[in-house]
Design a binder for this molecule. Structure first.
Ligand code: NAP
Length: 306
């Protein structure tokens, strides 16, 4: 642990520890579900040979297996056509042993991501990217799948802050994967939410109004202390690889951790903050999908949905 992390240990939101606990519970619930003859099945589809995507997929597959899931690993070359990929999704939609389907993004340029994501059955859309699930989240309905990264951020925020009602939240970034669903989740928690992006006029001023600041922009260490209200809770979604002198490179967030740590009330580190929560929430969504597919075994679905 760096000196700053030791000095400010109480401010650090330990996403890794939270995710580890979630995984323990998911493993227990999975074992119980298996007693009734259902094994949660997660299919992960990887197209091409992007090393970062391959690493994410390996991690997801390993976690699924560790928790007792049945993992279906599908790798296709970049030459796959859109039609072939759609047929593959149709096959997975039809399989009883597959409860969750995840297509690792980005896809090659000749494939329309929206078309592919839209083909996944909403009931197996454990990433929560299908229009049906995005619509349910926008409307505040509780029976859809919520995208894993913003869901993980929300769980960490509620764990640290308790009731979020009335808090001023600023979400930096408006992507459909992170920023937009994050804003919806915070709105449903009765936060007053502002979404800022690359066209926002005075970004720092908007951010400084936040009790809760969520950074999801994909720009290494972009958020410095000028953006942070003293005492604010800062959630750093960013995962950016930067060069280091030893040539190994390292991961940093969208927040300049060292610059912000003394002014923030609490902050997620990178790595060890939001990243592990994303995977844990993917597993949680898959377990929910498996329970939903065998509805007679569901006893605490509402509790599990949180
Ligand atoms: N921890 C995890 O598990 C996890 C999961 C997913 C993503 N991520 C990371 O989170 C970050 C964001 O991912 P994403 O998929 O949401 O990225 P994205 O689709 O590229 O969206 C980035 C958003 O940030 C905004 N933005 C970019 N530059 C900006 C600037 N200078 N000032 C203000 N806003 C700016 C963009 O604004 P416009 O809309 O105006 O272009 C856009 O809304 C990335 O670092 C990614 O690696 C982490």
């Amino acid at each position: 642990m760096s000196d700053l992390k030791t000095k400010y240990a109480g401010k650090i939101i330990d996403g890794k520890a939270f995710a580890d606990n979630m995984q323990l519970q998911i493993a227990k619930d999975t074992a119980a579900l298996k007693q009734s003859g259902v094994t949660p099945g997660l299919a992960v589809v990887l197209v091409g040979d992007n090393p970062a995507s391959a690493a994410y997929v390996r991690n997801k597959k390993a976690t699924a297996e560790k928790l007792g899931f049945y993992s279906v690993d599908i790798e296709k070359p970049t030459t796959i056509t859109q039609q072939e990929l759609l047929t593959l999704i149709d096959d997975l939609n039809a399989r009883d042993d597959v409860h969750g389907i995840l297509v690792q993004l980005p896809l090659p340029k000749h494939i329309n991501e929206e078309t592919i994501l839209g083909r996944i059955s909403p009931n197996k859309d454990v990433d929560g990217f299908h229009d049906v699930n995005a619509g349910k989240l926008a409307k505040g309905k509780k029976d859809g799948f919520v995208p894993c990264t913003p869901l993980g951020c929300l769980l960490l925020l509620k764990d640290r802050l308790g009731d979020l009602s009335g808090k001023k939240a600023v979400v930096v970034g408006r992507s459909n994967i992170v920023g937009a669903p994050m804003a919806n989740l915070l709105r449903h928690e009765n936060c007053t939410v502002t979404v800022v992006h690359s066209k926002t006029l005075d970004l720092a001023m908007e951010c400084r109004s936040a009790d809760i600041l969520v950074a999801a922009i994909g720009k290494p260490r972009f958020i410095t202390r000028e953006f942070v209200k003293p005492g604010a809770t800062v959630i750093d979604v960013g995962i950016n690889r930067i060069e280091t002198q030893d040539g190994k490179g390292r991961l940093v967030g969208d927040v300049d951790f060292d610059d912000v740590i003394d002014i923030a009330g609490a902050i997620t580190p990178v790595p060890g903050g939001v990243g592990p929560m994303t995977i844990a929430c993917l597993m949680r969504n898959t377990l929910i999908a498996a329970r939903g597919a065998n509805y007679s075994t569901v006893t605490d679905l509402a509790k599990l949905r949180g």
